[in-house]
Structures are given as C-alpha cells and as structure tokens.
Design a binder for this molecule. Structure first.
Ligand SMILES: Nc1ncnc2c1ncn2[C@@H]1O[C@H](COP(=O)(O)OP(=O)(O)OP(=O)(O)O)[C@@H](O)[C@H]1O
Ligand SMILES: [Mg+2]
Length: 311
C-alpha cells in the first residue's frame, strides 16, 4: 500500500436540498418501476463473516460517456455500505476514476501500469486507500496507454490483468474494473479477468447500436479466454423520466434483454458531474439524493444476483 494520505480527501457531505426529498425511493413492490416492469423484491444483503474471494466485475461499454466511471465509483461506495470490501481498478489511461475520487493520478509514481508491465512489481505497492472506508483504488494515468502497445508483443497478453490481480483477490469482496471506451486489448484483459460484466447503457437511441458488438466480444472472450464470464446486468443510465424518448429506449432495452436489465435505473442529474468536482461518491457527498439511493439499490441487486448465481 503506498503512502497516499486519504485524509487529504476527507469531504463534508453537502446540505440536503429540496430535490433530495422529492425522491422515488422504491415505492411498493408490485408497482411499475422505471423499466416498465413490476418492481422485484430485492432481499436484504446477507452479512458476511469474512472477506473474499472477490467477485470481479468489469464495467464495460465501448461507447464513451455512458456512465462507466460514475457507476464504478458509486456502486463501489454503495457496496461498502453493505459491509463489502471493494477494490476499484482504473483501467482507462484517462485516469477519470482516480480523478473522480480526488486523487491526482498524474503525480503518482506507481500505478496499474507498473503492475502489468514490470514482472517484479507487486499489485499491493500500487493500491491506495480512498476517502471511502473499505474502498481501495488501483489508479491509472496516461502511462497505461503505453502498456497497450507494449502488451501486444507479450506471451499471454490477454491474461496480464488477471495475473496482476491474483495476489489481492482474497482481500476483497468485489473488484470493479472501470474499462476504457474501446474493445481493444485492455478491455479484453478486463473481460478475461472478470466473473461478470456490468454494461452501463445511456438511455439514448444510438446507444443500442454498439451493444450487439459488445455482447459478441463478451461471447468470444467466454469461448476463447474465460469460460466463467457472464453478463451480470445492463444498467440504464442518464434516464430522464420526463421524456418519452428515455422511456422508449428503456422499453426497447427491456424487450431485447429481458431480465438481464437491472430494475435500478440511474436518472440524469447534474449531481453526478458535481460529485466529480467534489472528488467523492454521491453516496458520501449527497447521501440522501436520488442518485445515491439508486446506486444503493443497484448494490443490493448486484449482491442478490451473486447470491442467486453462486460461483
Ligand atoms: N446519471 C448521470 N446524469 C448526468 N450526468 C452523468 C450521469 N452519469 C455520469 N454523468 C456525467 O457524464 C459524464 C460521463 O460519465 P462517465 O465518465 O461516468 O462515463 P464513462 O462511460 O466512464 O466515459 P468514458 O467512456 O469517457 O470513460 C461525466 O461528466 C459524468 O459526470
Ligand atoms: Mg470512464
């Protein structure tokens, strides 16, 4: 663990606003949810006796700006509220995951780059604590873009990340990998390391176009590299309940992908860009907001799916 001081990140929650109160916090079971289906009962997450081995989830969509990084931070933080230990892995050279937690990744000497390129480097030397209890970060910065080129010539190049993460799998309950917006070698490494893929999907017509290609890639990785890989779920993001367009997109996604689609839906709100500026998850910065509640609900669904489908 490096010597980054999480106290530098301590952040005061913002004051609750009217918007926070006017929230949909679930409503009665059986009522129609935003996906147009009756809400399913999500059981209370079971308490854990100990930690690990981690379930590894890749947050993946080759389309840019759909909420991968936002979902990694906020799902990770929400999982810790249920007693889970979480490692979030920044696997995008843009380093947005690190920046979103207020961590100046460009100044770090050790990042995920060292772990995957230097055979002698240990993952624990690059992991840092975040301002969220029980959530650690494996940061990245622009160095990672060089790794993609360097990896091409490596033996077993698709399994570099899974090898790198192996020493810490027993320390966490979830490892969430924030992928870059491409289906290149880094993303294939993330899929090869994952038990499940979580696909954030913006509620916008053109976002459906790329999903077939993504699912095709997931199936190829399952056949050729990682037989245990499954799709954990599709998460509708940037939903605007006031527009017919958003509702139509969700209806099409549910029609096409059925039960894979989470009941949790993330509304479009300026709160999320604000949390990036604040450098904290929404569950910490605006704990009573609709966005915080939605990510807590997602955390419950993710845990429930794991319990329903044990490894
Ligand atoms: N539900 C939301 N409502 C409004 N804005 C959001 C929401 N979720 C994310 N955003 C904002 O949209 C932008 C893109 O989100 P994010 O970075 O999470 O997407 P991404 O898929 O990781 O992008 P990239 O493909 O570039 O890595 C960010 O500015 C973020 O703050
Ligand atoms: Mg991102």
């Amino acid at each position: 663990m490096s010597t980054f001081h999480p106290s530098e990140l301590s952040i005061a929650p913002r004051a609750a606003s009217d918007e926070d109160e006017a929230l949909d916090d679930g409503g009665p079971n059986g009522a129609l949810g935003p996906t147009g289906r009756p809400k399913r009962h999500i059981p209370e997450p079971p308490l854990l006796n100990g930690h690990g081995p981690a379930k590894v989830l890749a947050l993946c969509n080759q389309k840019g700006g759909v909420g991968k990084t936002t979902s990694t931070i906020n799902l990770g933080a929400a999982l810790t509220e249920f007693g889970r230990r979480v490692l979030i892995v920044d696997f995008d050279p843009q380093g947005a995951l690190s920046v979103g937690l207020g961590i100046p990744a460009h100044q770090l000497e050790r990042t995920i780059y060292n772990v995957i390129i230097e055979r002698s480097a240990s993952v624990t030397d690059s992991v840092i604590r975040t301002g969220v209890d029980n959530m650690d970060l494996l940061p990245s910065n622009i160095d990672l873009s060089a790794a993609e080129v360097q990896l091409v010539a490596e033996v077993g190049r698709e399994h570099t990340l899974v090898r790198a993460l192996r020493p810490v799998v027993d320390q966490y309950d979830y490892i969430l990998i924030d992928c870059q917006p491409s289906l290149g070698l880094l993303t294939v490494n993330a899929l090869a390391a994952a038990d499940g893929v979580l696909i954030p999907l913006e509620c916008e017509f053109f976002s459906l176009r790329g999903v077939a290609l993504l699912i095709d890639t997931i199936e190829k990785v399952r056949e050729r590299l990682n037989p245990k890989l499954e799709i954990t779920g599709i998460l509708a993001t940037m939903f605007d309940p006031r527009t017919l367009h958003s509702r139509e997109v969700i209806a099409r996604v549910v029609e096409r992908f059925q039960d894979i689609v989470f009941d949790s839906v993330i509304n479009r709100t300026v709160r999320f860009p604000e949390t990036t500026v604040a450098g904290a998850p929404i569950t910490v910065w605006a704990p009573r907001s609709a966005g915080a509640k939605a990510y807590r609900h997602l955390a419950r669904e993710v845990i429930a799916r794991e319990v329903a489908l044990p490894r």
